[in-house]
Write a protein that binds this ligand. Structure first.
Ligand code: NAD
Length: 469
């Protein structure tokens, strides 16, 4: 009797030690590890590789059931995730991040995005189907740390892939919480474990493992020029969603009251962190003063004194004239406090009128500073907008009623997104038609990514049958 009780005790101790070892292995000291998060990138990839075979075997209806659960989890946790992201990164606005999280839940395409091409004739029937790539490695930014993880996960899973995320180390808590919630949701809806995985301590070294691992068939990078260049040099098929510097052009035919409203709304959304946000205003001389008046009417403040503008530049830029990490994504009130000016915390943005060469205009600031450049006419406006976009081919915005002006800018600037007469975020489906994405692949040409972007096209041929015309 005594010995059998002892055996039970020993068995329990062994069970506890094994559970603890699993925790340690998953890299979460002293606590239960979040599902999908592993101590090493190798293990995250191995787990996702095993899961992918199960994901690919799910019917489209089963995948949709899992995606519905992921959407519901995101809606239920939109506020918690927004708070976590702002707290951890120090960047952005909680209210705006909630809008972005809900946007992903509502407007990221699922399996309906996968379509079939077909030919039928005397020789039979040929289909081209969108089938999974396999295991995808996805590198995500600090600026949209939960939105990108959820958006990529929905599209990639819909297409039958599994995903290994390599999040920005500065946003790991928020991004890994997203991975955890996605796993819980998929499993609760009958899907496999580890369809989405990540590493407990994200790092450049961990990303390098992703680049080199033979099981990873596609890399998707959302971030600045460094990571886009890195994935394109990896030797694997890669999708690069890179930096922008979107100009907003306002000509003399525009509805200036609406332009003032929309530019403040888009250019200060989430403190200008979105890659698509208005980053500099190019205003035709004849309307520039009235536009300024309308920017101020919509919650922006203006710094007029050149000495204040210089002091702000000195405070928020590095010695090399690049945006200082300390001020990226901060509230306008925080930026102004750096030069000793107090404004109400709800102040949306800071307008400054500067010359074309100013770093506020040339750099992708990601701060709620709206630099305005005055130009004499539409010709100068278009030429300058093209130059200041720096060939990123990312996003441009225009306020105009002149179709010829709009067509000329569209042709010359060659951006992936071109929004007319609305805030920049209309380009990702907020108040504009179309689906949403947080991975906009300008450099590699896929454009606004969705489930179909993460597929391989495969031809399926049936000879001498099923032509029923
Ligand atoms: P970032 O480039 O600093 O980081 C993005 C990701 O890349 C992170 O996970 C980071 O750890 C990783 N990374 C960066 N350099 C790397 C390297 N050499 N090797 C391995 N990994 C590397 O970007 P961020 O500050 O987090 O995000 C803001 C930038 O991302 C802006 O330039 C913005 O325009 C861009 N962005 C683009 C899109 C888009 O869809 N095109 C969307 C969001 C953000």
């Amino acid at each position: 009797m005594g010995s059998s009780a002892g055996a039970v005790e020993i068995a329990e101790v062994v069970r506890q030690v094994l559970l603890r070892l699993q925790d340690v292995e998953r890299g979460v000291p002293g606590s239960q590890a979040p599902p999908g998060v592993y101590a090493s990138m190798e293990e995250a990839i191995d787990r996702a590789t095993a899961a992918q075979k199960k994901v690919a075997r799910l019917t489209l209806a089963e995948r949709e059931k899992c995606i519905a659960a992921v959407r519901a989890a995101l809606r239920a946790h939109a506020g918690e995730l927004a708070e976590m992201a702002v707290k951890e990164t120090g960047m952005g606005r909680i209210g705006d991040k909630i809008v972005k999280n809900n946007l992903v839940a509502d407007k990221t395409p699922g399996t309906e995005d996968l379509t079939t091409e077909a030919w039928s004739g005397d020789a039979g029937l040929t289909l081209v189907e969108m089938s999974p790539f396999g295991v995808i490695g996805a590198i995500t930014p600090s600026t949209n740390p939960t939105e990108t993880v959820f958006c990529n996960a929905i599209g990639m899973f819909a297409a039958g892939n599994s995903v290994v995320f390599s999040p920005h180390p500065g946003a790991k808590a928020a991004s890994l919480r997203a991975v955890e919630l996605i796993n819980e949701a998929i499993v609760s809806a009958g899907g496999p474990e580890d369809a989405v995985t990540s590493v407990a301590e994200p790092s450049i070294e961990a990303t390098q493992v992703l680049f080199k691992h033979p099981a990873v068939r596609l890399l998707v990078a959302t971030g600045g020029p460094g990571i886009v260049h890195a994935v394109l040099s990896s030797g694997k098929k890669a999708i690069g969603a890179g930096a922008g510097n979107p100009p907003v052009v306002v000509d003399d035919t525009a509805d200036i009251e609406k332009a003032g409203h929309d530019i403040v709304a888009g250019g200060t959304f989430d403190n200008n962190l979105p890659c698509i946000a208005e980053k500099e205003i190019v205003a035709v001389e004849s309307i520039a003063d009235y536009l300024l008046f309308n920017l101020l009417k919509n919650g922006a403040v203006q710094l007029k004194d050149r000495r204040d503008i210089d002091r702000l530049a000195e405070a928020v830029l590095t010695k090399e004239g690049r945006p200082s990490r300390k001020y990226i994504g901060r509230d306008a009130a925080v930026l102004l406090k750096a030069i000793g000016k107090e404004v109400p915390p709800e102040t949306r943005g800071i307008v400054v009128e500067v010359e074309k060469e100013h770093p506020f205009v040339q750099e992708e600031l990601m701060m709620p500073i709206l630099p305005l450049v005055r130009v004499k006419d539409i010709d100068e406006a278009i030429a300058f907008a093209v130059a200041v976009e720096h060939g990123n081919r990312h996003t441009a915005i225009m306020h105009s009623k002149n179709v010829d002006h709009m067509t000329r800018l569209a042709r010359e600037i060659q951006t992936t997104i071109f929004v007319k007469n609305g805030p920049s975020y209309a380009g990702i489906g907020v108040g504009g038609e179309g689906f949403t994405t947080f991975t906009i692949a300008g450099p590699t040409g896929e454009g606004l990514t969705s489930a179909r972007t993460f597929t391989r096209k495969r031809r399926c041929v049936l000879v001498d049958a099923f032509s029923i015309r």
